[in-house]
Ligand binder design. Structure first.
Ligand SMILES: C[C@](O)(CO)[C@H](O)COP(=O)(O)OP(=O)(O)OC[C@H]1O[C@@H](n2ccc(N)nc2=O)[C@H](O)[C@@H]1O
Ligand SMILES: Nc1ncnc2c1ncn2[C@@H]1O[C@H](COP(=O)(O)OP(=O)(O)OP(=O)(O)O)[C@@H](O)[C@H]1O
Length: 287
């Protein structure tokens, strides 16, 4: 049972005040993009993780293993993960694998859960997991797990500048809080950007590029200064919009069309690798 699952980019990541449970209330506009991991589930007497990437943990802390356990505690499965989504890159790779494992195990074990039921289980594993099951373009509130699909016309063309090494998501949120405290900035209650929603509905890449926003960006740059140069380089090369993806360190650039995306990708020099992708695409699905 093989499931293909997309990465995400955050088009609007507005971070509200820190809650008592250690999470922040968000307005989080996700778009699923055509960079995919694949998870294959097969019968086994224990939970067993195999992965083609050395940086991914193979124990019970692997998000795919946690997903299998959440679906049917004590039941065995072999989960083979093929990674393309950067690890700790701000594109929800681990969450994507958890979503894929939920879909693959549900099918392998004939559990017949609805997508909504899987999203509910996924939400307890990580804030980004429900969106990896839904795909498309959607706005997440709460921790990011309460999702409402958004209208997006046409296809948007992206370039992702992949960095060496990752950034820890809790550390980036913590740095965001630290900066706010140091500057005396009060975290505003977040709301969906009207210009962003209109740009999506109109399929207007230039307007979307101008509306992209990520409140975690200053924190990610503080922890990885080189991101500033990468973002500047993309803007100088004519990107319609440039921002850190989620908690980083991947940088996302919006291009005018497919050709523009390819040109941008080959011209970027201040990153390990630049890849092109388009969105929106569907969420985790059996292939
Ligand atoms: C940065 C984003 O990727 C944007 O989509 C997400 O907000 C993070 O989602 P995720 O990786 O699934 O994160 P989780 O595993 O749920 O949470 C990891 C840690 O990130 C911080 N966190 C996450 C989500 C949220 N709304 N507020 C937070 O402060 C918390 O410190 C939490 O302990
Ligand atoms: N299947 C998995 N793939 C990648 N990382 C995993 C997986 N399971 C657990 N992890 C752990 O989770 C950490 C974060 O990985 P992940 O790739 O999900 O980060 P991310 O893309 O920045 O997440 P997000 O965008 O949701 O904040 C890794 O450093 C790794 O130790």
């Amino acid at each position: 049972m093989t499931v293909r699952v997309p990465a995400k980019v955050n088009l609007q990541l507005s971070v509200g005040p820190l809650r008592d449970d250690g999470f922040h209330d968000l307005v989080n506009v996700f778009q699923a993009v055509s960079l995919y991991d694949e998870v294959t589930a097969s019968e086994s007497d224990r939970v067993e993780i195999v992965c083609d990437h050395a940086d991914v943990p193979l124990g019970a802390d692997n998000l795919a293993a946690r997903a299998a356990h959440a679906l049917a505690p004590g039941r065995g499965v072999r989960l083979e993960i093929k990674k393309t989504i950067p690890i700790a890159g701000g594109m929800a790779g681990g969450s994507a694998d958890a979503a894929a494992a939920l879909v693959a195990c549900d099918a392998l074990w004939n559990l017949g859960k609805t997508r909504e039921e899987l999203m509910e289980i996924g939400g307890a594993l990580g804030s980004d997991v429900p969106f990896a099951l839904l795909g498309g373009t959607a706005v997440g509130t709460g921790k990011g797990e309460v999702l409402r699909p958004m209208v997006a016309a046409g296809t948007f063309h992206w370039v992702f500048a992949l960095a060496d090494g990752g950034l820890s998501t809790p550390q980036v949120y913590g740095e965001c809080d630290r900066i706010r405290e140091a500057t005396g900035e009060q975290a505003a209650w977040p709301s969906l950007s009207g210009p962003l929603a209109r740009a999506l509905a109109d399929g207007d890449a230039a307007a979307l590029g101008a509306a992209l926003v990520n409140d975690l960006q200053p924190a990610a740059i503080m922890l990885r200064r080189s991101l500033h140069r990468t973002l500047d380089e993309g803007r100088e090369l004519g990107a319609l919009g440039a921002l850190v993806s989620g908690s980083g360190p991947t940088c996302a650039f919006l291009a005018a069309d497919e050709m523009h995306a390819r040109e941008l990708a080959v011209s970027l020099t201040s990153c390990r690798e630049a890849v092109v992708a388009s969105g929106p695409v569907p969420g985790a699905a059996i292939v």
